[in-house]
Design a protein around this ligand. Structure first.
Ligand code: FE2
Ligand code: FE2
Length: 353
C-alpha cells in the first residue's frame, strides 16, 4: 500500500520540481529507502540521515541538548527542530523528520504510549506536523508511520499543485523584491539593520517578562487544560528566549533587552483582569485566555516582522530561528482557542445563568 503512495508522492514532487531530504529517528531510514525505490527518485531524493540515538540528534543535526532534555527526544518540539536543522545539512525543498516510540524503553508515559509517532514536514518553509498513535509490533508501527507520512505529503503536495498558479504570481513578486534588495543604498541597509536589532531587543525583553508572568496565569487558572496549555507554552517561551540569544549571536551582536512597552501593557492588563475576577471561577479562566491570546497575537506580529526583516537582510540563521518560534506562537494561540471553545466559554456562560 505504502509503496504506491510513495510512488505518487515522488511523482508529484518531480512534477513540481521539488527535492526531499529525511532525518529519521524511530523509522531508522526506512522511509528514505522507500523513496529510493520510487521511479522518480533520481530527480527528487537528496538524501537522509538516521539519528536513532538522542546524542546523534545533537552531534549530527545540531538540535540543542536543552530542547531534548526539556521535551524528550520523542516529541513534536524535537521533531520540528530536526526539520529546521536538516535543511542546512542537506539542502532541499522538502524536509521530513520522524521521531517516536516503536519499542518500550524510551520516554513513554500514560499520555504518550509506545506507538506514539511524531512527523514533521517542511515544504519550502511551509510546515505541518502530526502526532499519531499506532498499535502493533515495531514493524507494524513503522509501516503505519510511513503510510501516514505519505498521506500527509500527498495532501500537502496536491494543495501546492492546485495553487501553482498562485505560486507563480508569488515568485514574480519575490524576484521584484530581490531587485529592490540588490539596489538598496548602504544607508537604507544600515537603517533596516538598526530597525531589526531594535525589534530584537524589544522581543527579548517581552519574552523574558512573559516567562516570569506565565506561571502566575497558570496558577490562577482553574481548568486543567488551560493550566497545561500555559505551562507547555512557558517551556516554549524559555526556548524562545534562547533562540533570540542565538539570533543575536548569529549576526555578531551582544544580546540586549530594551523595555517593550506593548508587552508591559499587555501584562499589566492581565494582572488587572486577575484582580477583577474571582478565584476558582470559569470567568477568570476566560479572562486568562483573553489576556494570553492578546500576548500571542503581539508575538505573532513581532516574529512575522522579524522573520521578514531577517530574510530581507540575508540573516538566514536568524530567519530560521524566528520561523520556528512563529510556528510555536501560532500553535499556542490555536490551542488557547481550542480550550476556550471546548470547555471554558460554555462553563462561564452557565455560571452567570
Ligand atoms: Fe514567545
Ligand atoms: Fe508566546
Amino acid at each position: 500500500m505504502s509503496e504506491q503512495k510513495i510512488q505518487q508522492c515522488s511523482r508529484i514532487m518531480a512534477e513540481l520540481g521539488l527535492t526531499v531530504a529525511f532525518a529519521e529517528s524511530a523509522t531508522a531510514g526506512w522511509l528514505c529507502s522507500e523513496f529510493a525505490l520510487a521511479e522518480e527518485s533520481g530527480k527528487v531524493l537528496q538524501g537522509g540521515i538516521t539519528c536513532y540515538d538522542a546524542d546523534l540528534k545533537v552531534s549530527l543535526l545540531g538540535v540543542p541538548r536543552k530542547l531534548i532534555n526539556q521535551f524528550t527526544p520523542e516529541s513534536m518540539e524535537v521533531t520540528r527542530e530536526m526539520a529546521y536543522r536538516l535543511e542546512k545539512l542537506i539542502p532541499s525543498n522538502i524536509q521530513v523528520t520522524i521521531t517516536g516510540l516503536t519499542t518500550p524503553g524510551g520516554s513513554e508515559t500514560k499520555e504518550k504510549p509506545v506507538g506514539t509517532m511524531f512527523i514533521f514536514v517542511r515544504i519550502n518553509g511551509h510546515e505541518v506536523g502530526a502526532r499519531k498513535v499506532f498499535e502493533g509490533s515495531c514493524e507494524e508501527i513503522i509501516h503505519q508511520t510511513i503510510s501516514a507520512v505519505a498521506d500527509l505529503l500527498i495532501n500537502e503536495l496536491q494543495q501546492i499543485k492546485n495553487n501553482k498558479h498562485k505560486s507563480t504570481i508569488m515568485a514574480t513578486k519575490t524576484s521584484k523584491k530581490a531587485v529592490t534588495a540588490a539596489t538598496r543604498t548602504p544607508e537604507a541597509e544600515s537603517a533596516l539593520k538598526e530597525l531589526f536589532i531594535d525589534e530584537l531587543k524589544d522581543i527579548y525583553w517581552a519574552e523574558q517578562h512573559l516567562a516570569k508572568a506565565l506561571p502566575k496565569m497558570a496558577k490562577n487558572a482553574t481548568s486543567e487544560d488551560l493550566k497545561q496549555a500555559i505551562n507547555n507554552h512557558l517551556e516554549e517561551t524559555k526556548n524562545h528566549v534562547a533562540r533570540i540569544e542565538q539570533a543575536f549571536e548569529s549576526i555578531g551582536e551582544k544580546a540586549k533587552a530594551v523595555k517593550c512597552l506593548a508587552m508591559e501593557g499587555l501584562l499589566k492588563e492581565a494582572d488587572e483582569l486577575l484582580s477583577e475576577t474571582e478565584k476558582g471561577t470559569e470567568v477568570r479562566d476566560v479572562a486568562i485566555i483573553s489576556a494570553a491570546q492578546k500576548v500571542e497575537h503581539y508575538e505573532i506580529a513581532s516574529y512575522g516582522t522579524l522573520k521578514t526583516l531577517a530574510g530581507t537582510l540575508g540573516y538566514n540563521d536568524a530567519q530560521a530561528l524566528f520561523e520556528a518560534t512563529l510556528a510555536e506562537e501560532k500553535n499556542a494561540d490555536a490551542l488557547l482557542t481550542e480550550v476556550a471553545e471546548n470547555y471554558v466559554n460554555e462553563a462561564a456562560a452557565s455560571e452567570t445563568e
